[in-house]
Write a protein that binds this ligand. Structure first.
Ligand code: PLP
Length: 375
């Protein structure tokens, strides 16, 4: 529709609209000028490995050595490397739902079997220890844990994580902890890394990256820290696919992690302002239900109240129909929850430019108003 020249507001993508911090860009410029343009070691350049080790120590109370870190082309590749390294055919991988859209296909590609543990707004979209225990069996290899969570914005507390960690310890399974949104937290929510629990530290693979924290999605740098054997196996996978991550982007990542962090806080404050605005607007829409996000950059809206309504002779059968209606009628694109583990919901990102956000929210309000008034 955009290509056809139509004015569509896109609220689907999780890509902060901010610019990469200036000092980080300069580090990349310097790397280009110094002809830092050759293959690097597969795992990453030593300065970046050290910057990541220090970051994990400083922010997450995680303690790694060089052979336990692997830098990849985005945390997406980190996740996929690990899944390929860990999963034997039909190994089960527990994924609490709602979940990031990529986990299920990645597990399948790696030959594993996704075991979805549904959560709902009634329990704050959190997987309880009881649910987790029930989901583990002899074939379970790993659980994917994502806090702050895409798409729900839920942040697990230290106590909740400790309860889950007890089960991880008892059962001996691995945890892939996707902490990509750790710096985007609201209302004084605190991030806690499950890998910092000493008894299970060798079972946890902590995945992070620079995409969301530093508005650097296009630079493609992600990383993991894990026990040596797991990190080595993940590196083996990467050796057969892409080799090292981009050399220039690695130099920029060193600066992002080691340099001044005030841009990160400024972006967080701005995102909180946008979240508050969107939350306030949405709370005025009758029938629209949501849990106000404590972290990440999304609202995960329940559109259940509008299912069964008829507009322009068409019945809204599910969330997807409603998303299509919003796109076609109101020219605002939101992501249907079907692939995120809840078909009666839709996800919107508030990490879009302020003007687009205001326009998009107005269009959503109009659309939902029309649906409310329909029969
Ligand atoms: N994990 C989650 C939960 C995400 O939402 C995303 C991106 O949207 C990623 C990982 C991948 O990030 P990247 O590959 O840019 O590091």
């Amino acid at each position: 529709m955009k290509l056809a020249g139509l004015d569509v507001v896109d609220l689907t993508v999780g890509d902060p609209d901010f610019s990469t911090p200036a000092h980080v860009k300069m580090a990349a410029v310097r790397a280009v000028e110094e002809n830092f343009s050759h293959y690097t070691s597969l795992e990453g350049i030593p300065q970046l490995l050290d910057a990541i080790i220090e970051k994990f120590r400083r922010d997450n109370n995680l303690h790694f050595e060089r052979g336990q870190i692997l830098v990849s082309n985005g945390s997406k590749q980190s996740l996929y490397n690990v899944l390929l390294a860990l999963c034997n055919p039909d190994d089960e991988v527990i994924i609490p739902a709602p979940h990031w859209v990529r986990y299920v296909p990645m597990v399948r590609l790696a030959g594993g079997k996704p075991t979805i543990v549904p959560t709902s707004s009634d329990n704050g979209f959190k997987m309880s220890a009881k649910q987790f225990r029930k989901a583990v069996n002899a074939r379970t290899k790993v659980v994917i844990f994502n806090s702050p969570c895409n798409p729900t914005g839920v942040v697990y507390s230290k106590g909740e994580i400790e309860e889950l960690a007890d089960i991880v310890r008892e059962t001996g399974i691995y945890v892939i902890s996707d902490e990509i949104y750790e710096k985007i937290l609201f209302d004084n929510a605190k991030h806690f890394s499950i890998g910092s629990i000493r008894q299970i530290k060798d079972q946890v693979i902590t995945v992070n990256g620079i995409s969301k924290t530093f508005a650097m999605t296009g630079w493609r740098i992600g990383y993991l820290g894990a026990a040596t054997d797991v990190a080595r196996a993940a590196a083996k996978v990467q050796k057969q696919t892409t080799s090292n991550a981009n050399s220039i982007a690695q130099r920029a990542a060193v600066e992002a992690l080691n340099g001044p962090q005030h841009d990160v806080e400024m972006m967080r404050i701005e995102l909180q302002r946008r979240r508050d605005f969107v939350g306030e607007q949405f709370s005025k829409i009758a029938g629209l239900e949501f849990v106000k996000p404590k972290g990440a950059i999304y609202f995960f809206l329940s559109v259940e109240a509008f299912i069964g309504k008829h507009v322009n002779g068409t019945m809204m059968r599910n969330g997807e129909d409603i998303c299509r209606f919003l796109l076609e009628e109101e020219r605002v694109a939101v992501l249907p929850g079907t692939l995120l583990g809840d078909k009666n919901r839709a996800r919107i990102s508030f990490a879009v430019a302020w003007n687009d956000l205001q326009k998009g929210v107005d269009r959503l309000k109009n659309g939902f108003k029309k649906l409310s008034g329909a029969h």
